[in-house]
Design a protein. Structure first.
Length: 134
């Protein structure tokens, strides 16, 4: 997913504030699901399910700066019964700036663990075997 760094994304030093990479990652995961034909809103409305971040580890390697053009890649590393694991890389001109390993839990309306719908799990498993999707 391509994106541009805006003034609102930066801190007083003019670099992307570290927590904003989490927003970039969230947007890329949403775009990945949409590209696969699956939307968060539909999943919530029709099935009462949502994904919640259970764990996120981020390795901040280099800063992004105001007006940089970045790419956020999402690779499915594991699609389990109720969990999804992805590796997300924020890069600039092919250089990895931030690498995140994110574990998501599928939850129901009460916030309890729920199985990922089979259709979506199958699609995600295909992505895992194919090495992910940008």
């Amino acid at each position: 997913m391509p994106l541009r760094v805006y003034y609102e994304d930066t801190d007083a030093a003019g670099i992307v504030y570290y927590a904003n990479y989490l927003k970039f990652a969230e947007r890329a995961r949403t775009d990945m699901l949409c590209a696969l034909g699956y939307q968060h809103a539909r999943m919530a409305k029709e099935q009462g399910l949502a994904f919640a971040v259970r764990h996120c580890a981020a390795d901040y390697r280099r800063p992004a700066l105001l007006e940089d053009r970045l790419e956020v890649d999402v690779t499915v590393t594991k699609a389990g019964g109720a969990t999804l694991e992805v590796r997300q890389v924020v890069s600039r001109d092919g250089e990895a700036l931030v690498v995140m390993d994110v574990r998501l839990a599928c939850i129901d309306r009460r916030g309890r663990p729920a199985r990922i719908p089979k259709v979506l799990r199958d699609i995600l498993s295909e992505q895992q075997l194919a090495g992910g999707r940008d």
